[in-house]
Design a protein around this ligand. Sequence first.
Ligand SMILES: [Zn+2]
Length: 749
Amino acid sequence: MQNIKEDGDAVETWLESKHLTLIHDAKLPKSFHSARWKQGYNPDLVCVSSELASRAVKEVLDPIPHSQHRPITITIRSVLQATTVPFRRRFNLRKADWLLYQQEIEDSIPSIPPHPNSYTTFTDLLKRSARRHIPRGCQTEYIPGLSETSSDLLQAYHTAYHEDPFSSTTTELGEILLNKVGEDRRQVWKELIENTNMTNNSRKAWATIRRLGADHTTPPTLTTVTANSVAAQLVLNGRSQTRRRPTGEYRRTAVSDHPQPASALTKPFDPEELEAALCLLKPGKAAGIDDVLAEMIQHLGPKAKSWLLEMLNSSFIDLTAAYDTVQHRAMIRKLLDMTGDLDLCQVIKSLLNNRRFFVQLNDKKSKWKAQKNGLPQGSVLAPLLFNIYTNDQPLPPQCRRFIYADDLCITTQQESFHKIEPVLESALQEMSTYYNNNHLKPNPSKTQLCSFHLKNRDAGKELNISWDGHKLLNHPHPVYLGVTLDRTLSFKTHLQNTKAKVNTRNNILRKLVNSKWGADPPTIRATALALCFSTAEYACSSWSRSHHTKLVDTALNDTCRIITGCIKTTPVPCLYALAGIAPPHTRRSIVARDERRAQESDMRHPLYGHTAPPSRLKSRASFLHTVPPLQSTKETARTNIWRVEWHQLNTRAQEWMERGITPTECLASGHDLPWPTWKTLNRLRVEQGRCKALLKTWNYHTEDTCGCGAVQTMSHLLECDDAPQCSPQDLAEPTPSAVSCARYWQNDI
Ligand SMILES: [Zn+2]
């Protein structure tokens, strides 16, 4: 195992020294299948020169008959690929004539009575005017970020590309074209970084990279199910098998028990509220079921707005419908018990009733189905309603429970396996009764069991517990709220998973650095913090004392190498100082201290007022025992710890600081330079790069003499007679002489 890792490192350094990039996609099938070991391998490595990396696509074809090999193809595509979309007419809102649109609606609105029944007439009017005054169309093939000047360039590039894709004219034209388009794309990316929170979801980042970048691969779709069968199953899932109560009984008791109080939630809306709601509508979103775009509502005139207001205010009074399903009835009853507000209940009821849906799968639509039970998926109220619905769950004796929405965890602590089994079994029995009474369907096949202990002798021992006649499955690594647990709470599996996640996100970063439009050091750093560091620090106050944190740290070292453009041999403290990000262990300790502060002072914290049981092992101790609450801001605390460690642990700290490598939470100076210059500047600062002396040490070169005749070490690059010279102190600022020195060497090291 050790050998494999060393070999891998050697290959990586060799590639680095030759300006090559490995083209690999872990999702591709293996290119060699060993019949003897019954396993696939990837013995063939494909590399291209780094300039081509972002344009190269590797494909692994079907196996050759009577052979264990699959052929590999590498396609180098043109620098810009057009995006194709299916034909569907869209409104071009930028070219809309909103004045005429508004006028037409203002003229016809008085003839429509402001009542929910005429809502369709209203939307028809909106759509009719929109069709008349907003141009529509669809471009089936387009290049994102292409302006008028760059489309002429594209024309010239295409002509040159068809003559000879690898000629120097083509490459040059491609370079100019990419720079031009890159400017516009960088702007889009910057806006995305500023406007979205990528902490929980990198889908948007990937989507933008796909749209703007050269990656036009679409994931293969393999489905044998039809849209109709999915829809049918969804209806089945919602069906509850419990008895029906006579309709009307509840209604009588409800009305008689609860006199109708006036509530703030049910009074009519006023024009200011409508105006505020219209301001909050997000532009550029897809239309809802009525096909009316947010922009169409926002550009309504005063008459149309007052019509809308009257219609909205009348619709909440006019509610007459029987409770059509059992579960909804129980939901409303609990809500009524809790709030005592019949009007509110009727509003919620109108949200739940008469919901219909269809399923769309690979462009095929299912029939419309009615949703009889359950809460509307994706509604902002659904989680709140679910919490109200399940607020009265019983707490089984001798147990602790943790609830997050529909994710429930029951725990108990006993001296032996035999004592645990009856306790949990009776707890589950109690929950079963509760679920049956509340028309919820427990799913024993999805329920997992896990015992946490440090008796290695009993490592394989399983709990024997049945629930509703099903024997529950023991799972060695259950996942709760995104954290993978294990028997000894060493968090090894969780950290391995986290490492894999960070590595995937590092690949996004690499793409950005390689592409012309993303390579802007501050943008890359912001993206790295949002994509990689947030993932790497999820729930870290629970696992930061694990022995396996170095798994995640190595992935984060890679992240910082990408931000700074430094190579593998760079000292790790320098990476973080140049990237302006405190080292991972420092960041984690501050997160834990902040959590501790919240736990002590914030009443909304789930552990508020909780004292942890005395711990026996230091590595498993709760953060409640191990860290003091945070007193200052997170930024100051991080920088303080970082500075102290910087001077205590590093013998070369002073020397590095003179070269501009300082422990502060911002990018090192020179981050406004173009990417290649910034990268070279950093390599000169840390004295690690592809200079000839180092290449000779790594056995990739036999020569170590520079063009001027001296030995080419990293420090020689600063004082070489053939190149602009500068002192190590010049690198710190960087002065114009340091910048021109870095520019001179940027293609060599
Ligand atoms: Zn020289």
